[in-house]
Write a protein that binds this ligand. Sequence first.
Ligand code: ADP
Ligand code: MG
Length: 222
Amino acid sequence: MILKAHLISKSFHSHEKVVLFKDLSFQIKKGQAIAITGKSGVGKTTLLHILGGLEKPDSGEIYIQDTIMTPSNSAFLRQTHLGFVFQAANLLEDFTALENVLMPSKIARKPQNINYGLHLLDQVGLLQRAHFSSKLLSGGEKQRVAIARALCNNPSLILADEPSGNLDQTNASLLKDLLFSLVKKQNKSLILVTHDMDLAASCDESYCLSNGSLISHKHATI
Ligand SMILES: Nc1ncnc2c1ncn2[C@@H]1O[C@H](COP(=O)(O)OP(=O)(O)O)[C@@H](O)[C@H]1O
Ligand SMILES: [Mg+2]
């Protein structure tokens, strides 16, 4: 098991209490790709952040490869096992594509392997953009850099939040092929939040987040 969520709950309090999910359990194995769909505002991003240790649940536990996540080890577990692709690429605009790709190893205080960074950019078809300032890149290119960056620490699990949400159809389809080929080739696990039903159907299993629960749809074709 790469990741296991055990009875996690999360609510927000603004004018009134909003329960996003209650006692939700979920797990993902090595090499498995899982989609999470659901209407806007149901809590998909919050769930992904909680699974990846970027936000705390109100109750419940997250295990990454059998280690329970705590406030003191969550950064280490994230850096060691997880790669994030955010909805908006979230690149640091003042840095080059290559510097962005290598940022996770810098944050983890690991030696920066420039050749490995170039190799990752090559895998997403952007070797020739390595030294471009990231603000000069197109939307599709930024998302591809974001995927290369998610792979920087060689994570076993990639968490991707509507990675093709801001892209036109051609770029969205390129990005989808790229993500799945990387996951397959390197036997990585993937949790993909998406509105795109085709993309969800490309995963081994999909869940719809609705009324605070995950409803499973197993895909018979895979
Ligand atoms: N820090 C926060 N404080 C209060 N409400 C929040 C916070 N973060 C998200 N929310 C609310 O929680 C709900 C779910 O948000 P989100 O997880 O981004 O949903 P989704 O990704 O499914 O669109 C939304 O109504 C959002 O406004
Ligand atoms: Mg969201």
